[in-house]
Ligand binder design. Sequence first.
Ligand SMILES: *[C@@H]1O[C@H](CO)[C@@H](O)[C@H](O)[C@H]1NC(C)=O
Ligand SMILES: *[C@@H]1O[C@H](CO)[C@@H](O)[C@H](O)[C@H]1NC(C)=O
Ligand SMILES: *[C@@H]1O[C@H](CO)[C@@H](O)[C@H](O)[C@H]1NC(C)=O
Ligand SMILES: *[C@@H]1O[C@H](CO)[C@@H](O)[C@H](O)[C@H]1NC(C)=O
Length: 268
Amino acid sequence: MLSSLIVAGLGLGFAVGGASAECTRDMLQEATAGYLAALAAGTPTFPALANSSVPYQENDKPMDIGKGVLSQGIAIDFNRSIYDTTLCASYTEIIATTKHPYVIGTRLAFGDDGKVVKIESNVCDDGDWLFNASGSLRYSKAENWDPIPEAKRDSRDVIKAAGDAYIDAWGDASVQPPFATPCSRLEGGSYITGNCKLNFPPPFNATNRRYTIDEVLGAVDMFHNFPFIDSALPRQPGTETNNLIRVEGGKIRYIHENTVCTNKGCAK
Ligand SMILES: *[C@@H]1O[C@H](CO)[C@@H](O)[C@H](O)[C@H]1NC(C)=O
Ligand SMILES: *[C@@H]1O[C@H](CO)[C@@H](O)[C@H](O)[C@H]1NC(C)=O
Ligand SMILES: *[C@@H]1O[C@H](CO)[C@@H](O)[C@H](O)[C@H]1NC(C)=O
Ligand SMILES: *[C@@H]1O[C@H](CO)[C@@H](O)[C@H](O)[C@H]1NC(C)=O
């Protein structure tokens, strides 16, 4: 009896014991669409959410899912998502310019049963690093993030290495990230096209990187701690930030940054 259950379970792509369902792009897309619908409706629950007590954080601080942006009803003008079937996670960027303007980056982490088990968001609002939601909307919308044709897709390792090199170069000028020509950086609502290289004074170590990697879209998002930008915070752990990066043919084409300031207008 037991062995026939195991055989049946394996046949369906489930491992009995680990209860591990296959993580598919369709499943991630459907779950993420449910999250977006909840964000728009202001109902802090959606079908893929495991339960209302899963860890939920905004700007690196744990909070009650019912007290955050999911309960506000955000007028979303634009959304973009990437899907990681290896780590079973998604990353979504939303831009809202009316009612309450926001730019929000959210990573959903899924458990073995395909349910969302952790949510972390960077909620950028007035006074955050270069915040201007109209600018974000204008520039993000104009970019081309279409799926990369299958024959031209980079491997997961290449995409991750490009993303890591971008951040590593901030603290080590000898690192040469693979920038495309042109390369464009969208930070808050400001758009810089040309040279994407950055470097900051030591000591610099951007830690706690949490990845979402999508080979189909050539994309990697990294939540991490930015040690330098916010004078109100010590260098470790630094400022809650995330960078969403599009890689084409091994080279960095687009970079988006969401950085949340402790005090309004934190830029050094
Ligand atoms: C997200 O964007 C897609 C188009 O890319 C759109 O069809 C969908 O309605 C948007 N979702 C929300 C909640 O705005
Ligand atoms: C909520 O879901 C998480 C993730 O599946 C699980 O670890 C936790 O025990 C659940 N909590 C409750 C109260 O059901
Ligand atoms: C915000 O961005 C829009 C669109 O690019 C621009 O027209 C506007 O001047 C910007 N506002 C500020 C305060 O920079
Ligand atoms: C950066 O911080 C991480 C985590 O604290 C540590 O493991 C690593 O050695 C540090 N690297 C440098 C160059 O300081």
